[in-house]
Structures are given as C-alpha cells and as structure tokens.
Design a protein around this ligand. Structure first.
Ligand SMILES: C[S@@+](CC[C@H](N)C(=O)[O-])C[C@H]1O[C@@H](n2cnc3c(N)ncnc32)[C@H](O)[C@@H]1O
Length: 201
C-alpha cells in the first residue's frame, strides 16, 4: 500500500503539525470520543493515523489504540515519535487490521482522501466488524451547501469535502446512527470543518 503524496511530504508535515490538534474544539471532540470508548473491550482503531499524535493522546486517556496508515513515511514518523504504540500499514478498508475486537474507530481527516464510493464501502465494512454500541468518530473538511462530496485542491493528495448531512447519511445507511456533530471554522482556513460521532445500532 502506498500514499505517494504523504510519503513525499511526511517530513514537512511533521514539522508543520507537531501537535495532535489544530483547534481546541478538536481536543474536546477527541476527549468526548474517548469517554464513550472507555471500558469497551478491544482496540480503538485510528484509521489514517498519520504521525500518531492523536493515537498517543487517546492512549494517554486510557484507550488501547492501534494506528493504520497507507503512507510508509508517515508510519515511520509515528513509530519514531510514539515507540510504545502499534502502527500498521493499512487503509480505510481495514484489510490489514489484525483480527480481534474493535472498541471504537476514529478517522480524522483521512477519509477525505478516499474516493466517495469507496468511503461508502469502507464504512459498511467497519459496520460489519463492530458490535452494537461501538462509537465511530470522523473528522473532515466540510461544505455549507447540501449536496454530494466535492473534490478540492488539497496540498498533499486528492481529496473530497463532505456536507455533514451527507456523511451522516452514509453512516446511517451502514447502521451507524449519529450521536453528535460539531461544525467549526477558523478565519485563516478556507473551509468549515466537521467532527461527527456515530454509534453502531
Ligand atoms: C491529514 S492526515 C491526518 C492524520 C491524522 N489522522 C490526524 O488527525 O492528524 C491524513 C492521513 O490519511 C492517510 N490516508 C490517505 N489515504 C488513506 C486511506 N485510503 N485510508 C486511510 N488513511 C489514508 C494519509 O496517509 C495521512 O496520514
């Protein structure tokens, strides 16, 4: 598995984003996710874990976390920065995720790089692999006007941004009911962003 854009820019990315969260609300969303996931049997899967910072934060909150990422270079940084955690070459399909119960899944700004029809397929796979009550947190660049996902000129790799209703519908169709969502903005960033927590029915 490869992720050419992130492989080429991983060093720069690591320099530019030394912290797990760019905005305080993201830390609060992760903390709320961790509270729901706490005590559930199995591992929390960080899909598209990148540098592993968020996986490490969640591990610090008591979760047993495994990170998956298709970029060898991003995984290299994650393993160097967080040697106590497990990081595996893999992608949103979870095809390489070792067997075992899944306590929770999060995918922050990684499904944006998955072609929308493949997002639908991936989320269905997740739903089959988790049990009722399992929380799933997704974060993504968003759009204000309802409609299908829109491609955008991401600096690193092909990407799509989603209206939260559209993402919630894809999750609901796969048996994942929305629990809450946050839409947030920054004056220096061109798009709204969203965090959406859904729970397997
Ligand atoms: C913007 S970074 C986000 C990293 C991390 N989740 C975070 O919140 O800091 C996007 C990550 O998604 C990964 N990615 C790209 N394509 C992917 C796919 N098909 N499945 C899972 N992750 C993917 C990239 O390699 C990259 O590490």
């Amino acid at each position: 598995m490869t992720q050419p854009g992130y492989d080429a820019l991983a060093d720069l990315y690591a320099e530019m984003f030394p912290d797990p969260y760019q905005y305080p609300v993201e830390r609060h969303a992760a903390a709320a996710f961790a509270e729901v996931a706490a005590g559930r049997p199995g591992r929390t899967v960080d899909v598209g874990c990148g540098l592993g910072h968020v996986a490490a934060d969640l591990a610090g909150r008591g979760l047993d976390v495994i990170g998956l990422d298709p970029s060898a270079e991003m995984l290299g940084h994650a393993r160097r920065l967080h040697p106590g955690l497990r990081f595996v070459d893999g992608d949103a399909s979870l095809a390489t995720l070792p067997d075992g119960p899944i306590a929770a899944i999060l995918a922050r700004f990684s499904l944006i790089h998955v072609e929308p029809t493949e997002v639908v397929a991936a989320v269905r796979t997740w739903s089959r692999r988790i049990t009722p009550g399992t929380p799933v947190l997704v974060a993504f660049q968003s759009v204000d006007d309802p409609g299908p996902p829109l491609p955008f000129d991401h600096a690193v790799a092909p990407a799509w941004r989603w209206h939260p209703d559209e993402f919630a519908r894809v999750l609901a169709d796969a048996g994942l009911a929305e629990s809450w969502r946050i839409v947030y903005r920054d004056k220096d960033y061109r798009f709204p962003m969203a965090q959406l927590l859904a729970v397997r029915s």
